[in-house]
Ligand binder design. Sequence first.
Ligand SMILES: NC(=O)c1ccc[n+]([C@@H]2O[C@H](COP(=O)([O-])OP(=O)(O)OC[C@H]3O[C@@H](n4cnc5c(N)ncnc54)[C@H](O)[C@@H]3O)[C@@H](O)[C@H]2O)c1
Length: 264
Amino acid sequence: MSNENNQEIVCRRLVGRTAVITGAGSGIGLATARRLASEGAHVVCGDIDETAGKAAAEAVGGTFVKVDVTSPEEVEALFKTAFDTYGSVDIAFNNAGISPPDDDSILTTGLEAWKRVQDVNLTSVYLCCKAALPYMQRQGRGSIINTASFVAVMGAATSQISYTASKGGVLAMSRELGVQFAREGIRVNALCPGPVNTPLLQELFAKDPERAARRLVHIPLGRFAEPTEIAAAVAFLASDDSSFINATDFLVDGGISGAYVTPL
Ligand SMILES: NC(=O)c1ccc[n+]([C@@H]2O[C@H](COP(=O)([O-])OP(=O)(O)OC[C@H]3O[C@@H](n4cnc5c(N)ncnc54)[C@H](O)[C@@H]3O)[C@@H](O)[C@H]2O)c1
């Protein structure tokens, strides 16, 4: 396992833990599956895309479960498979999400597009937390990481209205769960990545280079994040190294949310 600078990572903080990852077939989910496995976790890869999900599970010596994260039954089955296969559910990385082109300005975004994005990005997190928590309560231990986004804390004039609203919901829900279950040994954090170099972003920006340039200028580090950099943050939040970090909006954004003017 190596990071974005090809430095070898020898970190074994998750030996014997079981991690469930949604959207494990691509981008941030895939990089995180690799990272958590390299730290010793058993990884259960959930994805709606059977080919990509299976490949991810094979790559990390884990288990694939086909899941549509908008289905309560399929989400239940995902976490049950993790428990039945490995005997615990220690980490839930609720990460699957979509960013479709028909989610745009509020003036042009239809109700169907709005609802689809809410279902995949927000209702799914509700379903995954609801399914994971009982296992963690029985163990008296668990770390839940819900993928939000930096757009949950900052507004954009280049709007994706349902996406932004869904991620705001993820932040509020994660905070409240972190408070409610803290004394049962369960931490819940929202992860807020800045723009990451993944298929989701590449597809969006390939169609609209002007939009890409308009966003890049706001990043102090002058580049998009690599998926491995987000995976490193998830591994930290999943591990006992973050034992006093709970109910946060954990920003991994290259400084975007702290910037007023960026270097030329
Ligand atoms: N890429 C970015 O710049 C960025 C920035 C901030 C937050 N995020 C968030 O990070 C998460 C992952 O994004 P990514 O860039 O890795 O995306 P990606 O498109 O590379 O991967 C998403 C994965 O989720 C799966 N998926 C989609 N709908 C699903 C469903 N209904 N059920 C199960 N699986 C489903 C896809 O098959 C895919 O494998 C998303 O929640 C996204 O909103 C991404």
